[in-house]
Design a protein around this ligand. Sequence first.
Ligand code: HEM
Ligand code: NAG
Ligand code: NAG
Ligand code: NAG
Ligand code: NAG
Ligand code: NAG
Length: 329
Amino acid sequence: MAFPLRVLLLLFLSIPFSESESNLSFKYYKKSCPDFEKIVSDTITTKQMSNPATAAGTLRLFFHDCMVEGCDASILVASNSFNTAERDADVNLSLSGDGYEVVVKAKTTLELTCPNVVSCADILAVATRDLVTMVGGPFYKVLLGRKDGLVSKASRVEGNLPRTNMSMNQMINLFASKGFNVQEMVALTGGHTIGFSHCVEFSDRLYSYSKKQATDPEINAKFAAGLRSMCANYTTDKTMSAFNDVFTPGKFDNMYFKNLPRGLGLLASDNALVKDPRTRPFVELYATNQTAFFQDFSRAMQRLSVHGVKTERNGEVRNRCDQFNSIQT
Ligand code: HEM
Ligand SMILES: *[C@@H]1O[C@H](CO)[C@@H](O)[C@H](O)[C@H]1NC(C)=O
Ligand SMILES: *[C@@H]1O[C@H](CO)[C@@H](O)[C@H](O)[C@H]1NC(C)=O
Ligand SMILES: *[C@@H]1O[C@H](CO)[C@@H](O)[C@H](O)[C@H]1NC(C)=O
Ligand SMILES: *[C@@H]1O[C@H](CO)[C@@H](O)[C@H](O)[C@H]1NC(C)=O
Ligand SMILES: CC(=O)N[C@H]1CO[C@H](CO)[C@@H](O)[C@@H]1O
């Protein structure tokens, strides 16, 4: 008897709920957890000062979370014997631990201050924004009230995240499928102004570019030589990596775009942005005008951070960010 009743209830509830796709608001925790933003901000500041890789690691974590199942902290869930979670998909191989840690730290403090109130998805969205701002990037407002997702499966990752070897058509189509136009795609990829990439992600460009040329001729020759020697042992030492932005790797600025026309883009996908006539105009705009980049990046991040957000029915406020509240198979 209980089952059909539940179904009826859901059908009934889905009418008012579906129209307010997001109950999101800027003041979501104003009453229920007034210290929310301060706690997140204090947590990220401490973490970033002790580990400067945190900002980039968290930004990438957030991007990957939002692209797969929406911004619902599905990427924070750990695998168990029943389920191989999103974060253990092959493509995640290199997601840094710092992003996970900073969210878990904030969550721990928040559970003491206002238990069962703040979602992990909101923590990740605000932590990302604060870290971007802290390393020199723009400040933008983040809507709040996301619920944490109930699904996290490695099998749902493939096809939702960009790869360095995608054609520009594939990249444009992928971002379009998430609601982003070409300009927004270029602006978001400006996230590569911070952080690093492992050699395996660009080794093809150094050692096995084509039958005739070992090294991609579009990489600046000195830069290529430096990378070749740095990555020399990359098959045995998988930790070897290079900064995405060779000049100001820790600062969120528009240097990434200035690098691209000079052959200083690290990944094949970075270089592709300056080659393709559909994306090049935006690279050139952002290379000469950091204000334009910051504005467009902020807007695109605001749109990214509401992508596929979960509401009451298809989400929960997790007690622990790495586990669903009830065991799932
Ligand atoms: C356009 C397509 C994109 C491709 C093909 C791509 C690919 C990659 C790859 C292969 C890495 C290196 C991972 C590693 O070796 O650890 C990386 C790093 C990174 N990506 Fe992307 N990415 C793309 C777009 C984006 C976007 C839109 C953002 C953010 C809004 C972003 C943020 C980052 C950050 C911050 C890092 C550095 C991570 C760290 O230092 O821990 N990427 N990306
Ligand atoms: C890109 O590389 C991956 C392995 O890293 C491979 O599975 C995939 O087929 C490649 N995609 C394209 C478009 O070449
Ligand atoms: C690569 O390995 C060789 C031999 O183990 C070592 O002498 C060399 O310093 C290593 N190069 C780098 C860049 O780590
Ligand atoms: C840079 O971009 C901003 C924002 O779009 C614009 O207001 C400003 O006029 C631009 N500056 C220049 C020098 O073009
Ligand atoms: C929207 O917020 C109201 C009041 O906080 C709540 O009762 C309702 O369940 C929420 N709806 C969705 C779809 O999250
Ligand atoms: C297949 C694989 O190596 N997956 C990795 C994905 O990322 C997580 C978190 O860093 C690793 O624990 C997994 O091993």
